[in-house]
Design a protein around this ligand. Structure first.
Ligand code: THG
Length: 366
């Protein structure tokens, strides 16, 4: 493939200098910004992530900040998840839907205080939707993108590396909670979270100028831990069943179709946009849903929708796929119609290179 022309529209991050020095071999574009996809090879990166510790430039997880007396009201308008029990210091995975119940984004929400929230977004221009709601409803709230850039530390040795830089107290951070920790005089939110199932943290780096000093401190502290630069790993995230907005779901899908019904409490999410539409689908249940799919044989890169067929009829689609070294099959994520979504159902998947056999599973590979 040809290269992508660098330009101002494809934003660099506070860590891009470090990513380049570490020998990044590929990028994708996410929220108009560079996101590394591979360092050594996707397979080598995968094995290293599962056995050591990696530092990921995930600055593309941009924050939409809500600040002001009506910040909590606006936050609840955005999501069918009931936020009333949420405390400062908590992270919530929050489906965001439009007026039809279609998925607009699947971010992590952070409650800093009653009147200050961050929405750590996936790949869609959520800022515009949030600004429009705040303006249209004349809400007393400021909405903007602050100079905050997440840096993830992921892998089995993440606790050891983080404690060396931020002190032992960071180890006490519970899953999907965050605390405030000092780096060279700057207080930063650190959460136990991240886009892998290997464990680890996300540092919400405050200030572009603090990016490279923290990047360098992590690599110096982790030399004997075999710390490497890494990135969200295609194989590991499919095994883990972590969905990718724009790939595995779009505005065409409801949260229930995406298997995110467990993060919806639509009945009590009073004021949520799309509530009526979602109450209907929640009652009747979805007619298609995300499933784990194992695919036989060799596969090309999954850079388009692959139809899933049964007896010549289309019954779903595969939207992400990769060869798994640990499970000796191709792991995949698909959307499958109710008539064919039971565990063990065998289907044909049509790729750009031909037809392969695919089996539907209830659970992902973890
Ligand atoms: N971390 C932060 N921001 C993000 C992501 C992240 N923004 C973009 C993207 N990732 C948003 N999508 C997801 C998808 C899955 C998860 C987080 C963000 C996730 N899910 C866990 C799971 O499904 O097992 C836990 C969910 C829960 O139990 O609440 O972590 O990764 N900052």
């Amino acid at each position: 493939m040809a290269t992508i022309a660098p330009s101002r529209r494809i934003r660099r991050t506070p860590f891009t200098e470090g990513v380049e020095a570490a020998g990044v071999k590929g990028y994708t574009v996410y929220n108009h910004m560079l996101l590394p996809t591979v360092f050594r090879s996707v397979e080598e990166d995968y094995h290293h992530l599962k056995s050591a510790v990696q530092v990921w430039d995930v600055a593309v997880e941009r924050q939409v900040e809500l600040r002001g007396p009506e910040a909590a009201r606006l936050m609840q308008m955005l999501t069918p998840r009931d936020l009333r029990g949420m405390l400062p210091g908590q992270c919530f995975y929050v489906p965001i839907v439009d007026e039809t119940g279609g998925m607009l984004n699947d971010p992590v929400g952070l409650k800093l205080s009653e009147d200050r929230w961050w929405i750590s977004i996936a790949d869609s221009d959520l800022l515009l939707w949030v600004k429009a709601l705040a303006y249209g409803y004349r809400l007393d709230v400021l909405v903007d993108e602050p100079d905050i850039s997440p840096l993830a530390v992921q892998g089995p040795k993440a606790d050891e590396l983080m404690s060396r830089v931020f002190g032992d107290a960071v180890r006490a951070t519970k899953f999907f909670r965050f605390g405030w920790f000092d780096f060279q005089g700057v207080s930063m939110a650190i959460a136990r979270s991240g886009y892998s199932k290997q464990g680890g943290f996300e540092i919400y780096v405050d200030g572009t100028k603090n990016g490279m000093p923290l990047w360098n401190a992590l690599f110096e502290a982790g030399r004997d831990l075999d710390v490497h630069a890494g990135c969200p790993n295609l194989i590991e995230r499919i095994e883990a069943g972590l969905l990718s907005y724009g790939n595995d779901m779009t505005r065409e899908n409801t949260p229930h179709e995406c298997g995110l019904g467990r993060f919806c409490s639509t009945q009590t999410a009073i004021g949520c946009v799309g509530r009526d539409a979602l109450l209907r689908v929640a009652k009747e249940g979805p007619t298609q849903q995300v499933r784990a799919i194992a695919i036989d044989g060799d596969l090309p890169p999954c850079d388009r929708v692959w139809p899933l067929m049964a007896k010549g009829k289309r019954v779903g689609q595969v939207t992400s796929a990769a060869k798994s070294p640990d499970y000796n099959t191709n792991v995949a994520i698909g959307m499958v119609r109710m008539t064919h979504w039971d565990e063990g159902t065998v289907l044909d998947v049509h790729t750009q290179d031909g037809v392969n056999s695919a089996t539907v599973y209830d659970n992902f590979w973890h």
